[in-house]
Design a protein around this ligand. Sequence first.
Ligand code: SF4
Length: 308
Amino acid sequence: MRRSSSTGRSAVPEQLGFPGMPQRLFVCTPSKLGSFIDCPRRYRYAYVDRPTPPKGPPWGHNSLGASVHTALKNWFDLPADRRRPGVLPTLLKATWVREGYRDVEQERAAWRAALAWLDGYLAGLDPAVEPVGVERTVAARTTVLALSGRADRIDARLTADGRRELVIVDYKTGRSGTGPDDARGSQALALYAFAAEKVFHAPCHRVELHHLPSGTVTAHEHTDESLARQVRRAEDTAQDIMAAEAALTTGTDPDEAFPTTPGRLCSWCDFRAVCPAGATAEPKDPWSAVESTLHPDPAPRPRAADED
Ligand code: SF4
């Protein structure tokens, strides 16, 4: 059974509970949790309101990121002896997403840049080394969460003392390089590490951000405690979401249950046009972040879809 909200039907199912009934697990991805942390209203538009409110046009930076990610996946799908730089133009062409660019000229410039990033990045990798997983979905449960998510890549490497450990690799294609805080603070990477340990029954503490435009790698070594802290934070967020969704079913105004969090991200929000807070944000062209990537300047950048 679904309940109507002021903005349309809600996707929140009403729960019939009784004493002693186990609490339902919150089914989520790191991206879903991150959406609520960034802005509860955006979470509601994306995951609760039905029909989903209309989104703005596709973003060029998301197309660029998706194209590069898929080309990398297809690179690792090739047999090791076919992983040669000469195949990259074919791989990139086959996976290229055309939406969101200003014009053909910008799209071509983005394509050339993406090819150069891939060429430089893959030249530094041993083509014979097989990752444990590429675009691999990992999943784990806690007492609160039924968590799943797709890691860009999971490597198996030997530590300095000869132990085999898994490493979570996340590709970045945005304008700015990444710093140590980005790897350390990323809840998504920590949750992938937590889930990868469960799925592969192997330790996983290291997380890495591979920024293709600059060819830099930012890494963080988690401890069992820091991973547990990130899982607890994710559980806290899930509890907040479940409380907000439960409030809807008892008649709380949806705008009150899922408040807006106006800020820098509003300019890049898919729901800016339907959100009252978004109306005051500076509008961005779908291609403006691509332009910043191709011609960097000190302006702030959006968080791309691949940074969830
Ligand atoms: S425009 Fe801003 S306040 Fe509105 S949903 Fe998007 S991020 Fe939240």
